[in-house]
Design a protein around this ligand. Structure first.
Ligand SMILES: Nc1ccn([C@@H]2O[C@H](COP(=O)(O)OP(=O)(O)OP(=O)(O)O)[C@@H](O)[C@H]2O)c(=O)n1
Ligand SMILES: C[C@](O)(CO)[C@H](O)COP(=O)(O)O
Length: 225
């Protein structure tokens, strides 16, 4: 099933503290965003890529796509103040019945994870990839433990997240009207009471967020050359 890939890449990277868009930070041979795009280069189901970026970074990203010879057609769309706004801007330009939303900050996604998300999105309308939490999770208030959360039902959610486009558009529009802000797109679909199916992600599918993630990413690249 062909799909539109929407990649939100318009963040400020505040937690990275690099002073630049963290997706432009080099990781070995190429910037983060190039590793992410390369993860989809050989996916024949990926029919179009919508890269959601800051308006003042069009030339930067255009130069990178050319320098690193990204073969897929990539359409640029302006980002918004929040990730949710950026994704909404992106899906408004999607041309295919199914859409996968994948963080530009997740460079190590595999074709296997992507295929599982796509297959489940086609079958159920909405899907996410996730991995079981490995740490004990506690709710902490003012530096004091309030609750230890039962771990057996806790999963760390990743991207890609896959959707039937009309469902995702409806969820985003209702969330905007209600002023509901979710940290992922699936939460907007949950908000309108639609089931979201979970498929197996990968512990290697990290989101490059803080400086330590770059250390992990470099190690991954060294061992998976
Ligand atoms: N207004 C925003 C915020 C985030 N993103 C994108 O959404 C993905 C996940 O967001 P996150 O990892 O939080 O990136 P930042 O928002 O840049 O990080 P921070 O919260 O530390 O500023 C990233 O690829 C980021 O570029 C986006 O397109 N538009
Ligand atoms: C979408 C996401 O990657 C799922 O884990 C995560 O919610 C993004 O959060 P961020 O704060 O925008 O990085």
């Amino acid at each position: 099933m062909k799909y539109t890939l929407v990649i939100p890449a318009a963040g400020k990277g505040k937690r990275m503290g690099a002073g630049i868009n963290k997706l432009l930070i080099p990781m070995q041979s190429a910037p983060v965003i190039i590793h992410t795009l390369r993860a989809f280069e050989n996916d024949s189901n990926c029919a179009e890529i919508i890269l959601v970026i800051s308006e003042d970074e069009y030339e930067t990203f255009s130069d990178l796509l050319a320098k690193y010879d990204i073969k897929k057609d990539v359409v640029f769309v302006n980002g918004g103040s929040e990730r949710q706004d950026s994704v909404y801007n992106g899906i408004c330009h999607a041309q295919h019945e199914y859409v996968l939303v994948h963080d530009g900050a997740r460079p190590f996604v595999t074709e296997g994870v992507t295929q599982r998300v796509l297959d489940a999105a086609v079958e159920y309308g909405a899907s996410i990839c996730a991995v079981p939490v490995k740490d004990t999770i506690k709710r902490i208030v003012d530096g004091v433990v309030e609750e230890t959360v039962e771990r057996s039902a806790l999963w760390a959610v990743q991207t890609p997240q896959g959707f039937h486009l009309p469902l995702l558009k409806k969820a985003h529009q209702i969330a905007r009207e209600a002023g509901y802000n979710g940290t992922d797109d699936a939460s907007l679909v949950e908000y309108i009471k639609h089931k979201v199916t979970v498929v197996e992600g990968s512990y290697y599918n990290i989101k490059v967020t803080t400086p330590d993630d770059l250390v992990v990413a470099e190690a991954f690249l060294r061992t998976n050359r």
